[in-house]
Design a protein around this ligand. Sequence first.
Ligand code: NAD
Length: 268
Amino acid sequence: MSDSRVIVVGASGRMGRMLVRAITESANANVVGATERPGSEFVGRDAGELAGVETLGVRLVDDVHACPEADVLIDFTAPVATLNHAIFVAERGMAMVIGTTGCDDEQMQQLRNTLSDSPVVMAANYSVGVNLALSLIERAAQVLGNDYDAEIFEAHHKHKVDAPSGTALAMGKSLAAGRGVELDAVSVLSRQGMTGARKAGDIGFSVVRGGNIVGEHKAMFIADEERIEINHIASDRMVFARGAVRAAGWLSDQSGGWYDMQDVLGLN
Ligand code: NAD
């Protein structure tokens, strides 16, 4: 695998700084470009210094078109920004690693249309442990079926703006796939007031927000006599950044197509 030249967009964000750090720690990737939104106080600052690593000589710019040629763009920003970055990636013929969550159906369709010829990894969660958990959940759902009531719990820090988390929804999709149903047909995203009794086959979600919780996810399979829980706790965001950098390296050997972290890890 040759060295990947990487553009990090949103490079002063919480994940952006981690990504720059993870790339500098990686043996086969280099930061060649970094951006922030127009008006950000961090435009003009060195990406390495912001990330708390050495000076990289890569200053944050407020227009991605000003970045030099690169192999892959890593985007953990926000849905509208990610759509604009996708247009840039398609124009340049690069690869893209997307970590942004909270895209609605229309935005997802736009992303897929724009990036129809590009190599893309998009994952709700880049942690290796979470992706293993997704496989285990699908397997558990296959074996346990509707006899066990399935519930998904997630907790995140107080800054998170979307709910349930992309990872919780991905767990729901794995669970539904294991049962051979569509998540949309069985998901219960909130409960309030006179909800009536739980319907067999429902997949319920519950959400906690507070403090600096990095990310907790739990799938529960509940029967009268026993409960099986598949639980993942992330304690440092670097776990996502390292996974995203691993995905960027993996993409350099792929042709155009839409992949997820399960593909990167060979779990599919
Ligand atoms: P953040 O707000 O700290 O960082 C986002 C950064 O993007 C900000 O600095 C913002 O100014 C910048 N930005 C916004 N518009 C931009 C534009 N047009 N051009 C350049 N930069 C722009 O948020 P965060 O906690 O780092 O999370 C970012 C996203 O990543 C969220 O959607 C979050 O849910 C997601 N996330 C995904 C994973 C995963 O593994 N998939 C893990 C953690 C976070």
